[in-house]
Write a protein that binds this ligand. Sequence first.
Ligand SMILES: [Zn+2]
Ligand SMILES: [Zn+2]
Length: 381
Amino acid sequence: MVTKRDYYEVLEISKDATQSDIKKSFRSLARKYHPDKNPDDPSAENKFKEIQEAYAILSNVDERRKYDTYGHNRPGGSPFGPDGFQGVNINIDDLFGGGFESIFGQIFGSSRSNSRRKKGGDLLVRHTISFQSVYDGLDDELEIEALTSCSKCNGSGSKDLDGVRPCPSCNGRGRVQRIERVGPFAQQVVSDCPACNATGKIVTNPCISCNGEGSSYQAKKIKFSVPPGISTGNRIKITGQGEPPRGNVGENGNLYIEIEVLEHTWFERDGADILMALPVNYTDLLLGTTVVISHVDGKDLNIKIPPNSKPGDTITLPRRGLPHMRSSRGRGSVTVLLKLDMPTKISRSLKNKLKELKPEISNSISLEESIIEEAKKRRGK
Ligand SMILES: [Zn+2]
Ligand SMILES: [Zn+2]
């Protein structure tokens, strides 16, 4: 018998690795040793299986605790049953997304598959908030049409208590098992019982209100708070506000609210930092000035433009940006990019004055002068 390697050693992690470390290391090793990637190396297949086994144990909190206590010699034999670990069929693409997690979620017998069955579906809705709300945070509300447990039959789907019988196909378990062989791996596949739709129950006298479904679509109001500093794409999780579990046994799924932040008229956002382009005329760039604009924090933003500024210069106002989400790091900064604002038309009198000033202005522009000088020099050569 070959000695089994330590699971932590297999995954190249330390004993105090977090779940996210474990997942990260598994993903990168599994990608490296996936049989599809190593068709000519028969040892890769065993290595791949070894990595899978280590991951199956260490990613499961209960199993990891047992392994930490007993090592490979735990009482009661292999957690994978009498035949030991058989491998799991993972598509290589799953290793790039999160697809492999649900595969591993099923492998420890029926208790885990039951807990999976008992949770209702998760919901995702999108919700738009103003730019200002990113600064202040917000208590908000939205209405969703969601599958909701029927109040008439308490979600059972049955008109009366006697009208529910255990499903004969799965003996009331809701799940059926079979062995499937995919590529090099034989695996035990547990799937939903088609006869009872995984509820484990057959309704003989259906509830009229929900047609025996146990749930129906109903509008419901959801209250939630948006933390300051939130960004487009962030999701707020509302536990238990998803769909009810099938047969109403178990817990509801979760509701995820994906936030979209509306664009601001002149502010652009980079995390907690705010950027803005400020059009300034020629004389203000040259002589300097202070531009005052109203800001998201309720105080004015005083942008001091120093004399002799150029278009493209930036002015940074530290700690006047947006708050960092769920962090005490304070606020980001505001960066103002100066742009030259050219008038579209000018009055006759201004035109005349500029003509008068032109010789003087031309002389004072060093850049233009140096270009002309440089060009003359080059021609002279
Ligand atoms: Zn069934
Ligand atoms: Zn009902």
